[in-house]
Design a protein around this ligand. Structure first.
Ligand code: ZN
Length: 178
């Protein structure tokens, strides 16, 4: 068996199970799992990233933050490398959203290359979603300030993939928000 393929399928299935009851905040209540799948697709198709650890971590990136998954569980299922990347990109959910953003931004320079790649793909996916399927109730100001926050994160993570940073900047400049 191709062990890389097995790992990716297991990570996708694990994330699907963990997020199965969750929906995004948009009007259509899109299934949550679409988001980690979008990251994996951005990394592979637009970033030309073929690291299995990065793709698996992208699929799993919100399981610690948003589900009952523990870091120990990820390490036992997927090993310390993938578990470590997910831990690196997980925000401290005990903080309020403003402090969380400050902390997220401050931590980026110290992240591993793998974690920065996940962050870049996350911000690309997030600004696309804010443009095309925004969370219900978000004002224009909130959308604009999210775009600017995402730009700061992307700038900080740029060295991991100039190609993905370029994808981000292109979206940042061309996506419409209203
Ligand atoms: Zn995310």
């Amino acid at each position: 068996m191709n062990t890389d393929l097995v790992k990716v399928v297991r990570a996708a299935y694990f994330a699907g199970e963990k997020h199965s009851k969750q929906r995004r905040g948009d009007l259509e209540e899109t299934p949550y799992i679409n988001h980690p799948l979008e990251l994996a697709s951005i990394l592979v198709d637009e970033g030309q990233i073929d690291s299995v650890d990065v793709i698996c971590a992208a699929l799993l990136h919100d399981t610690i933050e948003d589900t009952d998954t523990s870091i120990e569980e990820l390490i036992s299922q997927f090993g310390p490398k993938i578990g470590g990347i997910v831990a690196e990109v997980s925000n401290n959910m005990n903080l309020d959203s403003a402090s969380r953003k400050v902390q997220e931004l401050a931590c980026i320079p110290n992240l591993s290359i793998e974690a920065k790649l996940v962050k870049l793909a996350d911000k690309i996916a997030n600004i696309r979603d804010v443009s095309t399927m925004p969370p219900v109730g978000w004002t224009l100001d909130k959308k604009k300030s999210y775009f600017d926050f995402a730009l700061e994160v992307a700038k900080s993570a740029k060295d991991a993939s100039p190609r993905l940073f370029e994808v981000f900047v292109n979206d940042y400049q061309h996506l419409k928000i209203d």
